[in-house]
Design a protein around this ligand. Structure first.
Ligand code: AMP
Length: 266
């Protein structure tokens, strides 16, 4: 009989605000080392030591696992975050997102998208035409979870990313998250930059272009970051999209093309 997989989720907070999170799928033999690594990560976060750490571990029924391929990845070199955001706007516009909606999303992320002006724990769901926010809880947002790489895919991905100088947990985890989001046909595009003050890179993911990284989407030292999933409000059922993003188990057993960096010609 196939060994059951466990879904392992961590989220940590400090000063009543989101600090760090992680999502993995693993067999029982790997759980203790993964838990230790997650706890360490929460305690050694660049924004400070976690005050509260929530861990949840639950088995996943084998029949519920969907296998999938990661999106292609490429990097567009930009000189600073202003140019990065211009380039991101262009890709989002190509995916059918209106300039108003992009501005609302970018301003929300840059200003702290939670109602208290800090970063949300999860993502915003934004109408691609009007920019209206559709996620039920503006503090929590939508937390994409229950996704990971198979060990073989992880090894291949790490090798490929190492050749590009990109083998770090930010890129790997964001690519897996964006990969799961891109399996939802309702989502036209995703925009993300990190809340880690030392990490200025971000990405736009669309069906047409895959995962496109920009080394600068925010100024260094800024502690605000976030994610936006763009959808067309009157064409989707929010509850079923949220159930897919939060509950569907997805294992990536194939990786996409990993392309060398090139300059953004904007
Ligand atoms: P990070 O890339 O981990 O620095 O996260 C950047 C932002 O993305 C966070 O501030 C959250 O708003 C959001 N985020 C983090 N993890 C998730 C997740 N699992 N699902 C949806 N949004 C997330």
């Amino acid at each position: 009989m196939e060994e059951p997989l466990y879904s392992l989720r961590m989220r940590a907070s400090r000063d009543g605000s989101h600090l760090s999170g992680a999502e993995r799928l693993a067999p029982s033999a790997d759980l203790d080392s993964l838990v230790a690594a997650m706890v360490r990560r929460a305690l050694e976060h660049p924004r400070g030591q976690a005050e509260t750490i929530h861990l949840s571990i639950e088995t996943v029924a084998p029949g519920r696992v969907r296998l999938a391929r990661l999106p292609d990845l490429r990097t567009l070199a930009v000189t600073d975050f202003h140019q990065g955001r211009r380039a991101a706007r262009e890709l989002l516009s190509e995916a059918g997102i209106t300039p108003e909606s992009v501005s609302l999303a970018m301003n929300a992320i840059a200003g702290g998208a939670a109602p208290d002006g800090r970063s949300m724990r999860g993502a915003m769901l934004i109408d691609a035409r009007t920019g209206q926010r559709l996620e039920p809880d503006h503090f929590r947002g939508i937390r994409v979870s229950r996704m990971d790489l198979t060990p073989d895919a992880e090894q291949l991905l790490r090798q490929g990313l190492r050749n590009l100088g990109l083998d770090n947990s930010h890129v790997r985890e964001a690519l897996v998250l964006a990969g799961k989001v891109s399996l939802a046909p309702e989502v036209l595009a995703e925009l993300c930059w990190s809340d880690d003050p030392d990490y200025t890179a971000g990405y736009v993911a669309t069906a047409q272009r895959g995962y496109v990284r920009f080394p600068h989407l925010k100024p260094a030292g800024d502690e605000r970051g976030g994610r936006a999933f763009f959808v067309v409000a009157d064409r989707i059922d929010v509850a079923s999209l949220v159930t897919f993003l939060e509950q569907q188990v997805v294992l990536f057993d194939r990786i996409g093309k990993l392309q060398a960096e090139r300059r953004w010609e904007g």
